[in-house]
Design a protein around this ligand. Structure first.
Ligand code: G3P
Ligand code: CA
Length: 233
């Protein structure tokens, strides 16, 4: 089972910062999970929310600010220190020579950033990193745009409600993986998903009991803020 660091090693470092990604690599995660949005000047930045207020000392929407404006704020979240907002380019440059995968979540469920799918794809292409990248989104049209660009991409459909309807869409569009909330999964639905050749990557696994339950049920990937080891309880 693969273990991905949710927003980087976000239990101990400010989420979606280069420091959180560096520390996740050092800790031994198999992959990093991160969220991509687009700035006013078309740059791809890594942050969870559309608005920078929760995680930085600034206010406002990413889409209304240029990258240089965003770089002036401190994305320390609830930690000490000074942390810039990272770009996707900076993350890819950092991981290009590392043995680690990256789950890029295209954050288009609230704001449909124009052409963000192509821009992300082109950025990954420019670093020749397709084999290290998995994509996910709550917004099906973003996944379908990526599928149009390259039908061999790993495309994970994020979901936390209306599971039956969305799983049908997953099958209809021949997507690669289901990315459900951890508390959706049980023996029955995992068996059915596996019979339909679905990869199962789940988030955000909160504790050791859930980690062990999901591992025993044969989930492929867990995405969590901390690294669970099999016998550290
Ligand atoms: O990709 C799993 C997880 O990150 C989805 O939820 O809200 O943390 O982006 P969220
Ligand atoms: Ca995410």
């Amino acid at each position: 089972m693969l273990k991905f660091a949710h927003r980087g090693y976000s239990a101990y470092y400010p989420e979606n910062t280069i420091e959180a990604f560096i520390q996740a690599c050092k800790k031994g995660f198999d992959g990093l999970e991160t969220d991509v949005h687009m700035t006013l000047d078309g740059e791809l930045v890594l942050i969870h929310d559309e608005d920078i207020s929760r995680t930085s000392n600034g206010h406002g929407l990413v889409k209304d600010m240029t990258l240089s404006q965003l770089k002036q704020y401190n994305f320390q979240y609830k930690f000490d220190g000074t942390y810039e907002i990272p770009t996707l380019k900076e993350l890819l440059a950092y991981i290009q020579d590392k043995n680690i995968k990256v789950n890029i979540e295209i954050k288009t469920d609230h704001i449909h950033y124009e052409n963000i799918e192509q821009k992300v794809y082109d950025m990954v292409e420019s670093y020749h990193l397709h084999d290290k990248i998995i994509y996910s989104s709550f917004y099906l049209p973003s996944l379908l745009k990526l599928q149009q660009l390259d039908s061999t991409l790993y495309l994970g459909y994020l979901m936390e409600d209306h599971y039956d309807e969305k799983i049908q869409q997953l099958y209809d569009h021949h997507l690669t993986a289901i990315h459900p909330r951890y508390d959706y999964l049980n023996k029955e639905n995992i068996n059915e998903l596996k019979q339909n050749n679905m990869i199962i990557a789940t988030w955000t696994v909160p504790n050791m009991n859930e980690y062990l339950r999901l591992k025993d049920l044969g989930v492929n990937t867990v995405i969590a803020n901390r690294l669970f080891k099999d016998f550290d309880y």
